[in-house]
Structures are given as C-alpha cells and as structure tokens.
Design a protein around this ligand. Structure first.
Ligand SMILES: [Zn+2]
Length: 130
C-alpha cells in the first residue's frame, strides 16, 4: 500500500490509551506517553522499515506537556480532532483532522470538500462553534 504512493502510515501511539483517564497529571503520565510514542515508532520501523515524524493523538486528545513529549520523541506534525481549519501558515503541532467514525463515503466526501477549501473550512468551523 505504501509503495503505491496512495497510503502513508504514521503513529497513533502504541496502545491507543487515553493516559489522562488512567494516571494523574505528572511525571508518571508523561513517562507513559513517552513510552507509547517510542513503542509506536519502534513497531512501525520493525514492521514497515520506517517511521515518520507524524503523530495522530488517540481521540484527538492531548495536553500541552504531551506535545512537548512528542517533540522530544521526534514528532513534528501532531494531529488532533480540534475543530479548526488547516492553513499553510498553521501550527504543525496542532493540525486538525476529521473524525470519521462509521460515517458514509458521501459524508466523508463532503467533509473533504469543505476542509479542502480554506474559505469553506473557516466558515464551517465558525458555524460549528456557534
Ligand atoms: Zn484512533
């Protein structure tokens, strides 16, 4: 799939655990997240022969110290489910992504059309916030 150029594979952590629901804020939680990121990178390298500097947070959830931990692990592009347009001048540590869940292809096509246009994306995210 990767060699066709149609698909890319990136980290989504190793176990998809929401550590904010498992451990209190502090060094143990950051250590757990850091280990998740390292294990994820190692699994991709072992199975695919490479890993990238892109990371998609499970359920889009992150905290400021998660971002620091990810950057220390070499991740430079971090994806969240925050409802915001992605612009060329945007912050690569806070890239919006679409939550698809079990939606139809038509629904996804509409979202891709909306988010593919800076103007539509801006208007749509403003409407959703109001
Ligand atoms: Zn997920």
């Amino acid at each position: 799939m990767h060699s066709t150029g149609s698909f890319e594979f990136h980290s989504h952590t190793h176990t998809h655990t929401r550590w904010d629901l498992q451990l209190p804020t502090g060094p143990d939680r950051i250590a757990a997240i850091s280990q998740e990121l390292a294990l994820s990178r190692a699994a991709l390298e072992r199975r695919l022969g490479y890993s990238s500097d892109h990371l998609c947070w499970p359920q889009g959830y992150y905290e400021a110290d998660y971002v620091d931990a990810a950057v220390k692990q070499g991740f430079n592009y971090l994806y969240t489910t925050e409802n915001k347009p992605n612009l060329r001048t945007g912050d690569p540590l806070h890239i919006g992504r679409v939550v698809t869940k079990e939606r139809s292809a038509a629904w996804l096509g509409q979202r891709l059309a909306i988010y593919g246009s800076p103007l539509l994306s801006h208007l749509y995210t403003k409407l959703r916030k109001s």
